[in-house]
Design a protein around this ligand. Sequence first.
Ligand code: HXC
Length: 259
Amino acid sequence: MAYELIQVRTEADKVGVLTLNRPKQLNALNNQLMDELGAALKAFDADEAIGCMVITGSEKAFAAGADIGAMASYGFADVYKGDYITRNWETIRSVRKPVIAAVSGFALGGGCELAMMCDFIIAADNAKFGQPEIKLGIIPGAGGTQRLPRAIGKAKAMDMVLTGRMMDAAEAERAGLVSRVVPLEKLMEETLGAALQICDYSQLAVLAAKESVNRAYEGGLSDGVMFERRLFHALFATEDQKEGMDAFVNKRKAAFKHR
Ligand code: HXC
């Protein structure tokens, strides 16, 4: 598939890098862009050589939200029937390999929601996060009112969603929205470093780890602990567990079979 609104490349033949590419509109999201993103993520997920994906934008904007110009004239019937912009967000959730968001500049509205749908966020020091939908007479529509409170707690999430204010990278890190903040010029180096590190581990363990952490995020504690225990035990049926532990015992680097 030829992509118009995103750029797709691989790093070291192992990491799938997806760059949102509507610079004039600060990467405002529309159906075409989201369709392309979904298709590219699925293709990387199915590609045996790829171990991890990175979604990024430009220096100025990861994404400034859904395309307001495109939405402005829509009525209820249009957005409801067409499931406007949110129609393939579940595709992102269904990706089994890790997806890291590398965020510089604005991550607002749907842009913040897109970053939160990734498995973790690494932010440049110029990143700004926000859910400004309230200023447009709407509310977040792609998980913002659900994922933000889970990530940063009710008080801050209410503040962000009700006032529409932006949070800078330092506050986002303190609040637990992002996992690391790095200087802008180091953003891709740091993110690709993390992605390549993940690619070197047993993919069986990586998939199980992602699935299990998501269980914590979405369900109750007892079920989550039981789910984790089953996966933990199951990994003892893999060659990679033997290799990983033997490598540790014999003080050598593990060479996992399933990468
Ligand atoms: C369409 C957008 C846009 C958006 C920016 N642009 N954000 N176009 N949709 N969300 C366009 C501007 O119109 C402008 O085009 C160009 O990008 C540069 O933006 P400026 O405003 O001139 O830049 P700046 O002054 O630096 O301000 C940056 C900004 C501001 C703070 C990010 O653009 C802004 O507030 N944007 C809207 C953010 C927002 O409300 N997001 C939530 C959208 S609703 P021209 O042609 O004039 O140069 C949403 C709902 C999600 O996301 C629902 C589910 C997915």
